[in-house]
Every structure is written in C-alpha cells, then in structure tokens.
Design a protein around this ligand. Sequence first.
Ligand SMILES: [Zn+2]
Length: 153
Amino acid sequence: MKRKKVVRMSKTEFSNLKQHRKTITLECATGCGRQVEVDPDAISGICHVCTLNMAPLIKKVDQPKPTGFSQGWKLRKVFVHGDGRVFNQGIEQPELKGTLPSTDLKALKEKRVVNKKIREERKARRESRLVRQFEKKVEARKKLKKEKEQLEN
Ligand SMILES: [Zn+2]
C-alpha cells in the first residue's frame, strides 16, 4: 500500500494558509439585514436570499390573448364569431357572414363549468357506490368465513 504523501509545513506557513481562507462579515448590500461572509478584499456582498430574488425562478407566462373563439369551437355545428363570421364545424361559411347572431362565449363557458361540476358529482357518486359495494363484499366474505369456522368447530 502506498503511503499518503505528507507535506511538512512550518508554523508560519500553516498560519498563512489559515489567513488565506479568512473571510469578513458584511451586511447585505440591499439592506435586508442579513450577514454575508465575503472575501477580505470584497467591498460589498449580497446574501443568498437577495440573489435569488434578483433572478425569479418562475417566469411569468403571458396570458394568451382572447381570440374570440371558444374552446372546442371547431367541433360545434355552428359557431358565429364576434365579427359575424360563421363556421360550420370549423369551416368558414363566407356566404353566411353576418346573417347569424354571434355565439355567446360567456354562456358557453358557464355551461362548460356547470357540465364539469355535474360530471364531477357523478364521478364522486359512482366512486362512493363502488366503495360501498366493496365493503359489502368484504363483510360478506368475513361472515362466510365465520360461519365456516363455526361449522368446523
Ligand atoms: Zn439580502
């Protein structure tokens, strides 16, 4: 086995080494009140919190501009844009432009919200029913087991 190399150092060399690693404590330059450990020749420092704040981790995503089309408008039999254009399952019908009242996007959205609620309620009901059925099954199995045991004894 190879011996580890040992570097012999005088006391002054050792203290120099220590001095080299010395840091000074400054107050954060932004004035948040936190202390920062910096190199002795540094004039100022910024703490880790303020550094993080400088570069936000989550970029704000631009909200998409309203296009005047509803979600799933291409699937609708008739969709009338606010400017009077008429679409038949996503295909524009130029000869019908301006002949129909524009589709109420707000009402569509509300309807979607209501439908979603109904769907969720149905799902919850179905799940609770399944849970009940399962519990019944488990209980029936337990009962059967008990009866069997009683018969055997
Ligand atoms: Zn700070």
